[in-house]
Design a protein around this ligand. Structure first.
Ligand code: FRU
Length: 497
């Protein structure tokens, strides 16, 4: 049933979509119809199509009472907008429908599982926002919230769990049982991921603490995802208040992957390795699904809470999603690459082999703000070099750089000269495992972002770029001569013509 609040949001979005030109959006990174988006939610396969919901406040480009926006796709690149799925219109979620997930039920319905936020008086004039887990059922377009919500309440928390920080259920099915992993903060400000189980999606039972941060990797862990990948189990979480550790983890909001084993008897995760999921600046709250062909695909909010005050001038939207990425495990690490479906959108291809680079130079066929380019760098035989640099989104005055520092084996993203008039986090550096000065950089540019994949996906790094899309030069330079191979494809999308 459609409430007044949901109807209002849908009508508002529709009326805006009438005058919004898709050419004013990123070309292939998803934005909300209008207004603000954050976390991806309910990224899942339903009746043969991939659905994605997202944290949505259509009415402004600021975070506000959370709705669930809704889109679907067949190829992870072209998205079809669907009516807003949920509004914060019920006694159990009146302060927001926070993040969650989705699963197909045996009876053909889709279940959405999310956090309902409500306010309770806590003495004096103080109101406390509490977070409990709710469900809604639907057909891929219309959803009805379960009248008995919330289905996981404060009563289902361990004794030191805080009901004020209890959110972001990720649901999956194993055999006849539904499981869900939920973020919780303890009274000690220490994040845990709680595991619940259910036979019907409505009656849930607390199982155990799946994993706890044990004083490491930030405090509260938001937005868990848990899945099997190439014989390992992976727990992805987005910690708040991270402390930096070397160049692996940066301060603030990050997204990390804990890789290890899983004991199906005790339901405990057995931690082996921990890594950053993305080494750039704008990446948070990743969520995955298993595609029809078995690939594990991840999407994330291409933004960070630390920089949300930085709006693009004149944009009617705030927040984008990353391009979905394929994940796999190699040598105990989680690798990632852009979904292969992107290759269907490649048009003009240009290949250069063995180009000598030293002084800053450009190549006639290599420019643009919407491209998929792989650059392989190698030293000229017998000669060492210290650094190699690619500048892009360059108009002679403003530019953004990707630098490989061969002497320290670090890669650096730097947007401090992109023309944005605020001194926000602009630089991120991370170690790479290159041998003998050889490195491969796959670079996806969209109009306002760069996604970088190093050495076949061993590391990814994502960053927004605030330069006007008309700045489209690409240049190469190194401190002494190196050789590069380039494969560069323009990306073309019907909806941008
Ligand atoms: C993460 C997050 C979630 C929460 C949502 C609210 O970005 O803080 O924990 O459910 O955003 O919009």
């Amino acid at each position: 049933m459609t409430s007044e609040l949901l109807e209002k949001a849908r009508k508002y979005e529709e009326s805006c979509l009438e005058y919004i030109d898709d050419k004013d959006r990123p070309a292939y990174h998803l934005t909300g119809g209008v207004g603000w988006i954050n976390d991806p939610n309910g990224f899942s396969l339903y009746k043969g199509e991939y659905h994605l919901f997202f944290q949505y406040h259509p009415y402004s480009i600021k975070w506000g009472p959370m709705h669930w926006g809704h889109v679907k796709t067949e190829d992870f690149v072209r998205w079809e907008r669907l009516p807003i799925a949920m509004a914060p219109d019920s006694p159990f979620d009146g302060k927001g429908c926070f993040s969650g997930s989705a699963v197909e039920m045996p009876d053909g319905r889709q279940m959405l599982m999310y956090t309902g936020v409500t306010e309770v008086a806590s003495g004096g004039n103080i109101n406390l926002q509490i977070q409990q887990q709710c469900v809604a059922f639907g057909d891929g377009i219309e959803y009805t919230k379960y009248a008995g919500n919330p289905v996981i309440t404060s009563d289902d928390l361990p004794s030191d769990g805080m009901v004020t920080d209890f959110r972001d259920p990720k649901v999956w099915k194993e055999g006849d049982t539904y499981y869900c992993a939920v973020s919780n903060n303890s009274s000690e400000d220490s994040g845990v991921i709680l595991l619940y189980e259910s036979r019907d999606g409505i009656h849930w039972k607390y199982v155990t603490v799946l994993e706890a941060n044990r004083g490491q990797y930030g405090r509260m862990w938001e937005c868990p995802d848990f899945f099997e990948l190439d014989g390992k189990h992976v727990l992805i979480v987005s910690p708040m208040k991270m402390r930096p550790a070397g160049l692996e983890f940066h301060a603030g909001y990050g997204t990390i992957a804990l890789i290890g084993g899983y004991d199906p008897e005790t339901h405990k995760f057995i931690r082996e390795n921990v890594q950053s999921v993305d080494y750039g600046i704008d990446f948070y709250a990743a969520q995955t699904l298993e595609a029809k062909d078995g690939r594990r695909i991840m999407i994330a909010w291409m933004q960070n809470w630390t920089t949300i005050q930085c709006e693009f001038e004149d944009h009617f939207y705030f927040g984008q999603m990353t391009l979905p990425r394929e994940l796999w495990i190699e040598n105990g690490r989680m690798y990632q690459r852009p979904v292969r479906e992107l290759e269907h959108y490649r048009s003009a291809g240009t290949v250069y082999r063995n180009i000598f680079v030293h002084e800053e130079m450009s190549l006639p066929q290599v420019r643009g703000r919407c491209l998929d380019m792989t650059v392989r760098v190698k030293p000229v035989s017998g000669k060492k070099y210290s650094w190699f640099r690619i500048n892009f989104a360059d108009d002679g005055e403003y530019y953004t750089s990707i630098i490989y520092d061969a002497s320290s084996n670090h890669v650096r993203l730097d947007r401090s000269r992109c023309g944005f008039p605020y001194d926000i986090v602009n630089v991120r550096e991370f170690p790479v495992s290159c041998c003998d000065g050889e490195i491969e950089l796959r670079i996806l540019l969209d109009r306002y972002s760069v996604e970088l994949f190093v050495n076949g996906g061993e590391q990814a790094a994502t960053m927004l770029v605030y330069t006007d899309p008309s700045a489209d030069s690409v240049t190469f330079a190194a401190d002494s001569e190196v050789l590069i191979d380039i494969e560069k494809f323009d990306l073309e999308f019907e909806w941008m013509k």
